[in-house]
Design a protein around this ligand. Structure first.
Ligand SMILES: [Zn+2]
Length: 240
């Protein structure tokens, strides 16, 4: 079965949070066979000029659930279809929807059986899964509660965070540490701390020169960035 059109971008009026830029401009993929959304890393960000995150679902997740269709007889009718005789009647099954033929019946796409007029009798409780034409023991993604979803909590925009990782010559707190008269810190020690904790600088605006402390979770997602403004005596500013 070709899966070219099986996964579609969801109606674009439904916007989700983009895994890259965190804006609500993200359109996810839907499995048209089941109505399920695909794992949330698959989709397209509509902020094309600024973000352009676009990850199409790979072949590995194109799994198909098939149900057993018992038959009395099967004919190889054409290069497109099988003809079966079941319950005394004749049915045609597209080969693209028929994933395996055994002696007493065949396994046919559940989606096809549920979306075709007058399908042959099929068994709901006898099913198999296929991935790129090969039978697999159990589904890895579809109809599977254990599908690998990305962490979903709100995050700080990565592009804004990246802009903080500069301007250390204007960073009042860092410069205070370097110029501390009684006990100056070594540049290499300060650089180590900056890179370990991703300390940054607010470069523009009324808080220019402030230091930033990102909170990074175990998924390496930036959950928040704290901004602290110090004066030349290395005391924090009062909240204005
Ligand atoms: Zn985006």
């Amino acid at each position: 079965m070709t899966n070219e059109y099986r996964y579609k971008l969801q109606n674009s009026s439904k916007k989700n949070r983009c895994p890259e830029c965190n804006n609500k401009t993200f359109v996810r993929y839907i499995d048209t066979n089941t109505g399920d959304l695909l794992p949330e890393q698959y989709g397209r960000c509509d902020r094309e000029s600024k973000c352009s995150y676009f990850v199409a679902p790979p072949a590995e997740i194109q799994e198909t659930k098939c149900l057993f269709v018992p038959f009395d007889k099967l004919n190889d009718y054409s290069n497109k279809a099988f003809q079966i005789k079941a319950d005394g009647k004749i049915f045609f099954l597209p080969k693209a929807m028929t994933f395996e033929v055994i002696e007493t019946g065949c396994y046919v796409s559940e989606w096809y059986l549920n979306n075709t007029d007058k399908p042959p009798h099929f068994l709901d409780n006898d099913y198999r899964f296929y991935l790129r034409g090969e039978r697999i023991d159990k589904p890895r993604y579809l109809n599977n509660k254990d599908r690998p979803l990305r962490h979903t909590a709100a995050c700080f925009p990565v592009d804004v965070f990246k802009q903080t990782l500069q301007g250390y010559d204007k960073n009042v707190f860092i410069q205070n540490l370097l110029s501390h008269i009684s006990f100056p810190f070594e540049i290499k020690d300060i650089e180590t701390v900056i890179s370990q904790y991703y300390l940054g600088t607010v470069c523009n605006g009324y808080r220019a020169g402030a230091i930033t402390f990102p909170f990074i979770d175990k998924y390496e997602k930036i959950r928040a960035v704290q901004v602290k403004q110090f004066d030349s005596t290395n005391h924090t500013w009062k909240i204005r």
